[in-house]
Design a protein around this ligand. Structure first.
Ligand code: CMC
Length: 422
């Protein structure tokens, strides 16, 4: 059977045979048949904006693989920095490559003192850390103007390295500033996750020693968030990158996209929702209000997953381990009951609405001591390598500037009427 589809323009009777390649059909072939006619696809539900070899996501079967490796195996055996390398360079590193990579990240965690003293201290005392992080990432472009040279792979490597290594430093800086606490400098003897926890929580002890279960749980959560193909923020990264802006500007824009409650902000919104529900008795009425269209069940549903999100399953296992150290979250029972009720309700079943990665991550972060407004910051640190891998891939692909079309539905031409005549 030919791997083609035939499209006929009934206005002219002309047809074109379009090849189906890797499950997609090229728009350029349709354009030849019907110039000036556009595919209307708000929210890009049926549009593949690019080819990509980074992440394989099969939402019908609940499968997620980075460069072919199942997320379950990476979460069990790998580390966040190893996964960063895999996403960025396509293969798992050998020992020598891994040592060099970890060294490069570890030795670039410091930021310019002006960033801390003048920039971060300039924010209002109750500034949201996501706003601070987004601004700080954009500001890095002024500290590294050479980042504009996006065509040089060695230069790109430097900026990629800085964005991954400095993310936790800036995030911890934002948190400490919000408390009025002095900033903790990075500790090169610690792993990526341990160092972040040290910058967050260290007070007066000579060296902060994070609980290994909590440090590993954080590392696994970063792995789970590291990439998710063409989601809203990654698409933003690619779109801004397609104008050949420097990677700091593109990553700041992607951070803004992630901030929203329908995307990375959902983990924070889940806790607000669970607190609002407050007790078992309120679960059923809350679910009814969602079904009546009065809000959404945060942490449920996904554009691509029409089965259980494989990341949510791993997060749930991690939650059990973390709660053994921190004590159980008082909101856990409400979350479990809410999940049980929703999964047996026709409204959610018929729409294939299952818990997504954000449903349980907030409970873990909260029991580890992170304030709510840091949750999306943690997501940003985790997603950074994915954004950068896509940015790099798009440049290597020679991606055209992103410039979609629109279907104009406004008024037709009319003559200007002077103010006194309106
Ligand atoms: N609660 C209740 N109903 C929902 C929900 C939900 N969480 N999500 C979707 N629906 C309903 C929606 O009302 C619609 O119903 P109908 O067909 O009767 O109009 C149907 O399901 C399809 O929804 P949609 O809005 O067309 O789906 P989408 O693919 O555009 O949106 C989503 C995906 C993730 C934005 C959405 O499911 C949502 O808002 N979920 C809550 C927020 C959330 O948890 N976001 C985190 C996503 S995972 C992490 C990440 O990648 O950022």
């Amino acid at each position: 059977m030919p791997e083609t589809v035939t499209i006929t323009d009934n206005r002219t009777g002309e047809s074109v045979d379009v090849p189906i390649e890797n499950g997609g059909i090229p728009m350029s072939a349709i354009q030849k048949l019907m110039p000036g006619t556009w595919v209307l696809d708000p929210g890009f539900g049926g549009t593949a904006s690019t080819e990509s070899a980074i992440t394989d996501l099969d939402g019908i079967n609940g499968i997620l693989r980075y460069r072919g490796y199942p997320i379950e195996q990476l979460a069990e055996h790998s580390t966040f920095l190893e996964v960063c390398y895999l996403l960025l360079f396509g293969e798992l590193p050998n020992t020598e490559q891994m040592d060099a990579w970890v060294h490069d990240i570890t030795y670039h965690t410091f930021v310019h003192e002006n960033m801390r003293k003048r920039f971060m201290e300039g924010f209002h005392h109750d500034a949201h850390p996501m706003g601070m992080l987004m601004s700080a990432i954009a500001a890095l472009s002024t500290f590294y103007p050479e980042a504009k040279d996006i065509d040089d792979p060695a230069n790109r490597y430097k900026q990629i390295n800085r964005l991954i290594s400095k993310g936790p430093t800036i995030a911890a800086m934002a948190y400490r500033a919000s408390l009025g606490m002095p900033f903790n400098y990075p500790d090169n003897d610690l792993t990526y996750a341990e160092n972040f926890l040290s910058m967050m929580w260290k007070v007066a002890e000579p060296q902060y020693k994070p609980d290994p279960v909590l440090a590993r749980a954080l590392d696994i959560l970063l792995i789970l968030h590291a990439d998710h193909e063409q989601n809203c923020s990654t698409t933003t990264m690619r779109v801004v990158g397609s104008s050949h802006a420097d990677p700091y500007s593109a990553a700041a824009a992607a951070t803004g996209a992630l901030y929203g409650p329908r995307h990375g902000g959902a983990n924070e919104a889940v806790i607000h929702m669970l607190e609002e529900i407050g007790s078992y008795d309120n679960i059923e009425p809350f679910v009814e209000s969602v079904k009546a269209g009065e809000g959404r069940l945060m942490g449920f549903g996904h554009r691509v997953y029409k089965a259980y999100d494989p990341r949510a399953r791993i997060v749930k296992e991690q939650a059990d381990r973390v709660f053994e150290v921190t004590g159980k979250s008082p909101l856990l029972d409400i979350a479990l009951k809410l999940e049980e009720i929703a999964l047996s309700d026709d409204y959610f079943k018929s729409r294939n609405l299952y818990p997504n990665v954000d449903f349980y991550t907030g409970l873990i972060y909260q029991s580890m001591g992170f304030p709510l407004d840091m949750f999306t910051v943690l997501f940003t640190i985790g997603r950074m390598p994915g954004w950068l891998a896509h940015w790099q891939e798009s440049l290597e692909q020679g991606q055209r500037i992103s410039r979609p079309r629109q279907i104009y539905t406004g008024v037709d031409v009319r003559d200007y009427v002077p103010l006194d005549a309106r």
